[in-house]
Design a protein around this ligand. Structure first.
Ligand SMILES: CC(C)(COP(=O)(O)OP(=O)(O)OC[C@H]1O[C@@H](n2cnc3c(N)ncnc32)[C@H](O)[C@@H]1OP(=O)(O)O)[C@@H](O)C(=O)NCCC(=O)NCCS
Length: 423
């Protein structure tokens, strides 16, 4: 199950299934929540003539209620929005209070004689207000902030667990809804991903004074966040030394261990360990010669995007993956290639630099009708990266059994451990 949100601006056409939703000028944006490409809910941010913003028309389809989708979608819309203060008018104030809204007086745009109001239950209508905490800074508008901390981050830019590459800085901000928190001259993160509990992230500094951590944990608690995610061993070591009040509980997070491979292993597929990969590659080359490699260039963006779109649809992967890939291509964050046999496009791989020794693979999409294409692509990647990098990080398996089997079958050099810390 993959969740994704599609954002539609003011007058833009909405998907037919929800074409009846308000398209008046008051609609600033419509947020449509998808689960595996099926619409499961929606909400809108309205901008009233009085200048105030309201989150309205929130609905999760009855068969999907009670799965935290309403909360995820509301969070997403609140934190994606640039408006700082957002009202909600509702007969279920408890739902909104859990998300950090507070009760307030009716704003000036409310008219309880309005037919829409009358159709509801005006007598039970409560007004609530959400004020985005001023110290949550959305990346993108605040590049300066990131630059200020760049020098502090141990191992160059490597500060979101082990895989916070230059490309991930941007794309994770989109997919995981990440915000920066500047506390006592340290940079921390707070994340509001879809479908998961919100979490905090600690950057791996050389030291983390208790006073800064005290403030960070207090701030997270105010934001209703009770866990840290993607914590690498180095940060765990620093957190173990923390002697403040919150009791920290450390747990290995196997689903988020990164798989690290040697470039030379991929380039050669040598020895008994790689016999299976070698055979699959040979068979692929026998059946599919000549396979053509098309390196990525910005002029080919549409071609790469179209292929990704088709593959994601075939795999029933949510829109968010495609949005992330699109964003990455638009911002020129990736290198990579497409594989063609004659006119057929059968594979795509996109990577970027994680650190001077390591490339990180963000997307690997294949047409499974062509046996051995994945083995071919990884072998080609190894050869293309030889002399430039020592390691290839192919990210985590997310706890998906098939993905774990496949990632292990390439004989990782080692797994980069990650931990979840609760408090
Ligand atoms: C209200 C609605 C959007 C909630 O969506 P949902 O996906 O079922 O809710 P979630 O699973 O995200 O619930 C999040 C939290 O809110 C609580 N909650 C959900 N519906 C609630 C309700 N009607 N009243 C009070 N609390 C509610 C849940 O118990 C949960 O609490 P927890 O985190 O402590 O467990 C959905 O029920 C709906 O579409 N209802 C009909 C339309 C509607 O009433 N819209 C609101 C108009 S103002």
């Amino acid at each position: 199950m993959t969740l994704g949100v599609k954002i539609f601006r003011g007058g833009e056409n909405l998907p037919p299934a929800i074409g009846w939703l308000e398209k008046e000028t008051a609609v600033d944006k419509t947020y449509v929540l998808y689960s595996d490409n099926t619409i499961v809910g929606w909400t809108q941010i309205l901008r009233h003539d009085t200048g105030q913003y309201e989150l309205g028309y929130l609905e999760i389809l009855p068969e999907h209620r009670g799965k935290k989708y309403g909360r995820a979608l509301t969070h997403f819309a609140l934190y994606e929005n640039t408006a700082r203060e957002i009202y909600a008018l509702t007969i279920i104030p408890e739902f909104f209070e859990k998300l950090g809204f507070v009760r307030t007086a009716y704003p000036p745009f409310v008219d309880h004689n309005d037919p829409e109001c009358q159709a509801c239950e005006p007598a039970r209508c409560a007004a609530l207000l959400f004020t985005k905490p001023a110290d949550l800074v959305r990346y993108g508008t605040e590049e300066k902030l990131l630059r200020k901390y760049e020098q502090d981050i141990v191992l160059g830019r490597n500060f979101m667990g082990s895989e916070f590459s230059a490309a991930n800085e941007k794309t994770w901000t989109y997919a995981e809804n990440i915000y920066f928190l500047e506390i006592a001259d340290f940079l921390f993160l707070a994340a509001y991903p879809l479908a998961e509990e919100p979490f905090g992230v600690v950057c791996p500094y050389r030291s983390l004074p208790d006073a800064a951590l005290d403030k960070y944990f207090a701030r997270l608690r105010e934001l209703n966040i009770h866990q840290l995610a993607y914590v690498n061993a180095q940060v765990c070591y620093l957190l173990h030394k923390y002697s403040g009040a919150p009791k920290l509980k450390f747990q290995e997070d196997r689903a988020n261990f990164d798989y690290l491979y040697k470039v030379s292993d991929f380039a050669a597929y040598g020895g008994a360990r790689f016999a299976d990969k070698r055979n699959r590659l040979k068979k692929f080359l026998r059946n599919n010669s000549p396979a053509e490699i098309i390196p990525y260039r910005p002029e080919l963006k549409e071609m790469f995007l179209n292929f990704a779109e088709k593959r994601f649809a075939a795999m029933q992967v949510g829109v968010i993956s495609l949005e992330v890939l699109k964003l990455g291509l638009e911002q020129n964050l990736y290198q990579g290639f497409l594989v063609k046999i004659g006119r057929a496009e059968i594979g795509l791989l996109l990577y970027s630099e994680l650190n001077p020794r390591t490339a990180i693979v963000h997307f690997e999409l294949i047409d499974e009708n062509y046996d051995g294409v994945a083995q071919f692509m990884n072998n080609y990647l190894g050869q293309a990266l030889s002399g430039r990098y020592t390691f290839i990080n192919r990210e985590q398996d997310l706890g998906i059994a098939g993905l774990r089997k496949s990632k292990l079958s390439y004989n990782p050099y080692r797994l980069v451990k990650k931990y979840a810390v609760t408090f």
